[in-house]
Design a protein around this ligand. Structure first.
Ligand code: DTR
Ligand code: CA
Ligand code: ZN
Ligand code: ZN
Length: 448
């Protein structure tokens, strides 16, 4: 292959590169691949539409909470039998639906309290989308709106996840808290006992406390802007105006998560404050009346619910779970698998390879697998470059070209590797197919 007079390459003896605490020794094709990974990425961004949450199912849970209160002294308060019966009801539904459930006990005011945590198997364990609601009532009543409504809304959403056999990119977790009415006791206990490494995996906590008020307002927490937007956009799509929840932070369990730096959001339909005439105009409620006139009273029963508000908010919860659970809503840094060891490329000779070991991925490689190469070589037209999948399948990245006399191949390719299992030993194969002009592979990396 005619080529300019090859420059003599005074290549300094390149010591093996020390990269990210692993030393790779230089040898053609027999290199211990260097693995450098950033926190895990998610799978291909897919946001499926959430299903409608059947309001009849939600109401059935509220009816059950009412029955439990009726059978247990009229309430479901911390330390009372009605609370534990509520936990057992929800746990039974979730165990039957395939969730991994955990009951976390704590003691407060001399009584045993319970948190119920339910994990939907699968998804990126490093990105947890968490929906929660307190399950306890005050001792003066059954607490159907406060907070059977939030508890039922996330329960039916969890059951919808199971019915759909959803496989979100991120990991889904649901929580029902004890003793919120006594000072966010259960959720504080959970967060305080969660190692910081586990806290950092929670990409967002969504709180639902009073979402079925009989004279409802539609309030969206104005904490994390991304979570807020997911809710506001959904309501806007339903032509339901929303307002920012202004009853102040600290008023419910999201505060336990926010206080340790976790992004939070949520929905609220109002408590003892009264609806203004402007609000009544936009929401069709009753001006001058409290959003929930039975707040913390014995009349907070299953008739103390707006079915419209309960339905809308349950569907909004499902939308948020489906949306935030998919990839792409909070872009994560790519997982990068890199080998920086130099490999000499014999002039007009045999192909050489350089491996990387991909680990920790689930499923197949993406349809847009990024391959970045850095090859120092005069007259790059001599070179053919392939990506070899763990099963040996070759993906051609670069053909040789007699006319391409420029130096070096420092570029990125994207290839559809979606038919390949992600984990395993991937290789870059480089061959110089023309005499004269030589070079070496400097480094290469795969980004998922
Ligand atoms: N503290 C909640 C009711 C409540 C009052 N303001 C807000 C704001 C946001 C969520 C909930 C609330 C309770 O009594 O459970
Ligand atoms: Ca619905
Ligand atoms: Zn309350
Ligand atoms: Zn509440």
């Amino acid at each position: 292959m005619s080529s300019p007079t090859p420059r003599t390459r005074h290549r300094l003896a390149r010591r093996a590169r020390i990269g990210r605490s692993v030393i790779a020794t230089v040898a053609a094709g027999a290199v211990a691949g260097l693995i450098a990974t950033a926190p895990g990425a998610a799978a291909t961004p897919t946001t499926l539409e959430a299903p409608d949450i059947p309001i009849a199912n939600v109401k059935a849970h509220l009816t059950e909470f009412q029955s439990i209160a009726n059978a247990n002294g009229g309430n479901r308060a911390h330390g009372r039998p009605g609370y534990k019966a509520s936990i057992d009801y929800i746990k039974g539904k979730l165990d039957a639906a395939g969730f991994t459930t955990t009951v976390q006990q704590f003691t407060y005011n001399g009584a045993t309290g319970y948190n119920l945590i339910a994990d939907w198997p699968g998804g990126d364990a490093n990105q947890v989308v968490f929906a929660g609601a307190h399950l306890d009532s005050v001792s003066s009543g059954p607490g159907i709106n406060d907070n059977g409504s939030g508890s039922a809304g996330i329960l039916e959403t969890a059951l919808a996840v199971s019915r759909a056999n959803l496989k979100p990119a991120k990991h889904l977790r649901f929580g029902w808290w004890g003793a919120e009415e006594l000072g966010l006791v259960g959720s504080k206990h959970y967060v305080n006992n969660l190692p910081s490494a586990e806290r950092s995996k929670i990409s967002g906590y969504l709180n639902f406390d009073m979402i079925g008020s009989p004279n409802p307002g539609y309030f969206v927490y104005d904490d994390d802007p991304e979570i807020e937007k997911v809710f506001k956009d959904w309501f806007a799509g339903k032509n339901v105006p929303t307002e920012i929840e202004t009853e102040g932070d600290g008023r419910s369990d999201h505060a336990s998560f926010k206080n340790v730096g976790i992004r939070v959001g949520g929905l609220f339909t109002g408590a003892s404050r009264t609806m203004s005439s402007a609000q009544a105009q936009k929401w069709g409620g009753t001006a001058g009346q409290a959003f929930d006139p039975c707040y913390h009273r014995s009349c907070d029963t299953s008739s103390n619910i707006s079915d419209t508000a309960m339905d809308r908010n349950s569907d909004a919860i499902a939308h948020a779970i489906w949306t935030l659970g998919s990839a792409g809503t909070t872009p994560e840094p790519d997982s990068v698998f890199e080998n920086t060891a130099d490999v000499s490329i014999p002039d007009n000779g045999a192909a050489v390879t350089s491996p990387v070991e991909v680990t920790g991925r689930t499923g197949n490689a993406p349809a847009t697998l990024k391959v970045a190469v850095d090859i120092k070589h005069t007259w790059r037209g001599d070179l053919v470059v392939d990506l070899l999948a763990p099963d040996g399948t070759a993906y051609r990245l670069k053909n040789s070209s007699g006319s391409d006399s420029a130096d070096n191949v420092i570029t990125s390719y994207t290839t559809d590797a979606s038919s390949e299992v992600a984990n395993g030993t991937w290789k870059l194969r480089v061959q110089d197919v023309a005499a004269q002009d030589t070079g070496h592979l400097d480094s290469w990396k795969l980004s998922f």
